[in-house]
Write a protein that binds this ligand. Structure first.
Ligand code: APR
Length: 235
C-alpha cells in the first residue's frame, strides 16, 4: 500500500475500555445503567440539572483512577513519527489521548475537564465538581455552568475542520466505536467519497463494518500498536 500523505483517525469509547473507562453500548455499558435522555440531552438537563451534574462529576472524578493504555500511546507515537497531515478526532470526553501525548486532537463531543457557561459562552478548564451553584469565572453568574459535553441533539464541535480533513485524507482509521452515532458514524463514507482507504479497528464488527475496506478485530491495546508499527514501516 502506498504510504499515506494524510491520515484522519476517529476514536470511540472502545479505545479507553482497557484503561477502565466504561463504554456505552457494551453489555453493562453506561446506557444499560442510566437513560441517556436523563443525562445526555438538553431536555434532561433542564428537567433535573443536579442529576446531570452528578453524572458528569462522577465520570470526571473517575479520570484520576485511569491511565492511558498502549493504544493511546501508539496514536501519540504515530502523530510524532508520521510526516504527512494528521488529525485525531475523538468522540470520547476523557483526557487519555492528551495524557498519552496526542496534540493534533479534536474532542468532537466535548471534554469532561471543561465547563461551559450557558450565559456568556465562556469555556473553562474544570477539574472539580460542577453544580447549580457553580460560578462562571468570566461573567461571575451563578446557575448557568454546565459540563462542556455535546449532548444528543446538539451540534458536535469543530465539524468544519473535521470535514475539511476528511475530504483531503487518503487514509481513514476508525478505532473502538460501534458506529451508531452520527455524524461520527458517517465519517467513513465521507472519507471513501474522497478516495481514502478506510480501516476499522474494533473488538468486533461495528454497525458500519460493511463500509470499510479493511477490518481488524481485537483489543485496542494489541491491534492499534501493531497497526501503527505496520503503517510506520511503510505497510
Ligand atoms: N478494544 C477495541 N474495541 C473495543 C474494546 C476494546 N478493548 N472494548 C469495546 N470495544 C468496542 C465495542 O465493540 C464497541 O463497538 O468499542 C465500541 C464502543 O461502542 P460504544 O459503547 O457505542 O461507544 P462509542 O461508539 O464511542 O459511542 C459513540 O455515543 O453515547 C454517545 O456521546 C457518546 O461518544 C459516545 C457516542
Amino acid at each position: 500500500m502506498h504510504r499515506p500523505a494524510s491520515i484522519v483517525l476517529l476514536t470511540g469509547a472502545g479505545i479507553s475500555a482497557e484503561s477502565g473507562v466504561d463504554t456505552f453500548r457494551d453489555k453493562d455499558g453506561i446506557w444499560s445503567k442510566v437513560d441517556y435522555r436523563d443525562v445526555a440531552t438538553p431536555e434532561g438537563f433542564a428537567r433535573d440539572p443536579e442529576l446531570v451534574h452528578d453524572f458528569y462529576n462522577q465520570r470526571r472524578s473517575g479520570l484520576a483512577e485511569v491511565v492511558p493504555n498502549a493504544a493511546h500511546a501508539a496514536l501519540a507515537r504515530l502523530e510524532r513519527s508520521f510526516r504527512g497531515r494528521f488529525l485525531l478526532v475523538t468522540q470520547n470526553i476523557d483526557d487519555l489521548h492528551e495524557r498519552a501525548g496526542s496534540r493534533r486532537l479534536i474532542h468532537m463531543h466535548g471534554e469532561l475537564t471543561k465547563a461551559l457557561c450557558a450565559k456568556c459562552g465562556a469555556r473553562h478548564e474544570w477539574h472539580g465538581a460542577t453544580s447549580g451553584s457553580s460560578r462562571c469565572p468570566s461573567c461571575q453568574q451563578v446557575g448557568h455552568l454546565r459540563p462542556d459535553v455535546v449532548w444528543f441533539g446538539e451540534m458536535p464541535y469543530r465539524m468544519d475542520e473535521i470535514e475539511g480533513a476528511l475530504w483531503q485524507c487518503d487514509l481513514f482509521v476508525s478505532i473502538g466505536t460501534s458506529g451508531n452515532v452520527y455524524p461520527a458514524a458517517g465519517f467513513v463514507e465521507m472519507a471513501r467519497d474522497a478516495g481514502a482507504r478506510t480501516v476499522e479497528l474494533n473488538l468486533e464488527p461495528s454497525s458500519g463494518r460493511g463500509l470499510f475496506d479493511q477490518a481488524i478485530h481485537g483489543r485496542a491495546s494489541e491491534i492499534v500498536p501493531e497497526f501503527v508499527e505496520h503503517l510506520l514501516a511503510g505497510g
